[in-house]
Design a binder for this molecule. Sequence first.
Ligand code: ZN
Length: 268
Amino acid sequence: MIRTEDELRREIVEVGRWVHRQGYVAGYDGNISARLDNRRILSTPTTIGKGMMQPDDLVVVDYEGRKIAGQRKVTSEIAMHLLIYKRRPDVHAVVHAHPPTATGFAAAGLSLNKALISEVVLSFGCIPLARYGTPGTPELTEALMPLVGSYDAILMANHGVVTCAPDLERAYFKMETVEHFAKISLVTEILGRQVLLSGTEVDKLLAARQSYFGPGTPAIERSAVCPIADGVQSAGTGSGTEERFAVSQEDLAAMVREALAEQLKVKS
Ligand SMILES: [Zn+2]
């Protein structure tokens, strides 16, 4: 369905309210954009609370990020949006936010790359982590460059998340799914155990993506790291074989005291 500029303005304002209400942004965080045509992008401006925007607050830019229309200033993160629109003809909307759980993974240097949930594998293949780049600089777009061709959701190290889709509603829902999946992944980490889908099951889901989401959907090949398939794993970021145990602060202090006392005994 082709939308008019007015409709897209109202949708961006609405998505701004959703990301704010869900706590995916704080202060002036995040930005949302939509493709108007092959010359122009409609985007949220810089320094505006995403939950309190009006349709007239938005700016129109060309594919080089130069402002064509609007009162406010263009966001410094526009280059990330433009990169995605240039690389992905199937994409007509981009949402960038800092949802706390998924951003926590990004700040821990972890991608959401485990084949834990079938619908996530179907929707995203996996959710990779782009290396850190200073926001608003070419460093950030260079870090995203190798990933935007294949992935609809990308974690950005020490920063946040970007999602893209054929329309604004779906780009927002992808952000919701990323944060929801980050919470599920965190629960498996707390439980200390993860049952990953087999490689065969993952391949079946990846092969079904085009029939679910249309022929423009990028093909994703399973690699050793994205998504990680097969069997039961101990959760955690190490080798997957180490034993973990929890100890209270009091017990830990007592253990240290005991060890020190032992040492002193040996010395005397
Ligand atoms: Zn950001």
